[in-house]
Design a protein around this ligand. Sequence first.
Ligand SMILES: [Zn+2]
Length: 122
Amino acid sequence: MSVSAKEMALVDAATDLIRRRGTAHSHAAAVLCADGQMYLGVNLYHFSGGPCAEVVALGRMLTDTEWPPIVVVAVGRDGRGVVTPCGVCRQILYDRWPDIALVISRGGDLVRVALTELLPEP
Ligand SMILES: [Zn+2]
């Protein structure tokens, strides 16, 4: 499915964030909440496995509201652009919000996909 203007705004915000904070972080993420608000986060690298940017953005959202997230996008620094969330993030999202959508890059195009499209069959 093609990306809406609001979803493109998530991509732009995460891209802008990682451009500004990319010296200390490798990824930024943006979450669109069901209430229409956008929440941003950057990863917290630690050798023991710090949280990904998606988890940080979701934590910021959960700090402010009980509304669920509806779309998540992650962007890598150094021009990597939109990246697909890692397996841990996919599992966290599936366990909490199985109907959530992601914006990912597929064949060079940005597309909106259901999280379940990126999970293996049980
Ligand atoms: Zn992750």
